[in-house]
Design a protein around this ligand. Structure first.
Ligand SMILES: CC(C)(COP(=O)(O)OP(=O)(O)OC[C@H]1O[C@@H](n2cnc3c(N)ncnc32)[C@H](O)[C@@H]1OP(=O)(O)O)[C@@H](O)C(=O)NCCC(=O)NCCS
Length: 180
């Protein structure tokens, strides 16, 4: 069966929350220690604003939800509904990069192209709204995916919000695809 994608709905949230928890717990192993993974929960998770904005996608395989992720025309760079310091201000596509947000693949579906498919949809949608580049704050677990599709690191930071500092990488990518 092929991967399919669609816009997420609020009704998907009960399905997405355990998927996101499993991705955070399992797919960051090897990149972060247990204390860092625990701490990362405070800065990761679902952002309902993206669902309401129609910029959050769900990917399914054979009728099962395999992953989720999206983009935003708003200023918040990363974090979930529970995270502090969010900024819903609208970006200016003429000068600001659109944000790629909240990418999660269920561990059972890792390395099958779920993340790549979501990023392609994000890029096409952001291009259609006139954005010329994408920006994100990558976890160490996400970095290889983003590099594989052309993002480059521009800043290394640590976020201590959850107690143990969590290493993160701010990355950018020009939008090459024509709007579709
Ligand atoms: C990051 C994440 C979303 C990637 O999802 P995914 O669906 O497995 O990614 P894809 O299958 O589309 O990977 C595409 C390419 O990215 C690269 N890649 C992805 N994960 C990788 C890994 N763990 N190690 C090395 N390369 C990786 C590979 O080049 C891969 O292509 P290949 O499988 O043909 O070699 C997933 O690992 C995840 O949920 N991690 C935990 C949550 C998280 O940190 N999210 C990112 C927040 S910024």
């Amino acid at each position: 069966m092929a991967l399919t994608s669609r816009l997420a709905r609020r009704e998907d949230v009960p399905t997405l929350l355990p998927l996101i928890a499993a991705a955070i717990e399992e797919l960051q192993k090897g990149f972060l220690d247990a204390a860092q993974i625990e701490s990362s929960r405070s800065i990761m998770g679902i952002d309902g604003q993206l669902i309401d904005d129609g910029t959050y996608f769900v990917v399914e395989l054979d009728g099962q939800v395999a992953g989720c992720g999206g983009w935003s025309r708003r200023a918040t760079l990363y974090g979930g509904d529970h995270s502090s310091g969010r900024d819903p201000a609208l970006l200016d596509p003429r000068k600001d990069p659109a944000k790629v947000r909240a990418m999660y693949t269920h561990p059972s579906f890792a390395r099958r192209g779920v993340g790549r498919l979501i990023l392609a949809r994000c890029e096409a949608a952001a291009a259609a709204e006139g954005f010329a580049s994408l920006e994100l704050m990558a976890t160490l677990s996400g970095r290889a995916l983003y590099e594989a599709v052309g993002f480059v690191p521009i800043e290394h930071v640590e976020d201590p919000t959850g107690g143990t500092p969590v290493p993160l990488v701010r990355m950018r990518k020009p939008i090459l695809a024509a709007a579709s």
